[in-house]
Design a binder for this molecule. Structure first.
Ligand SMILES: [Zn+2]
Length: 65
């Protein structure tokens, strides 16, 4: 998830190239839907690095709008 650094938000999760996902423990304080959204976002990043059309298509496959 791209929430770190320059835009002032704390990073809550990230996918790394070793097929691993890092989750901030602060997510445990959020509603389950928030954790689900972050987890799906990072799983999709293991398949697609950029927030492009393919990324959006894969995301909506896992979490329909
Ligand atoms: Zn992202």
């Amino acid at each position: 998830m791209d929430t770190g650094g320059q835009n002032g938000f704390r990073q809550t999760a990230k996918a790394v190239q070793q097929n691993a996902i890092w989750l901030n423990l602060q997510l445990a304080k959020k509603p389950p839907e928030c954790l689900e959204h972050n987890l799906v976002h990072e799983v999709v990043h293991l398949l697609e690095c950029h927030h492009n059309g393919r990324f959006q298509e894969l995301t909506t496959r896992f979490v329909p709008i």
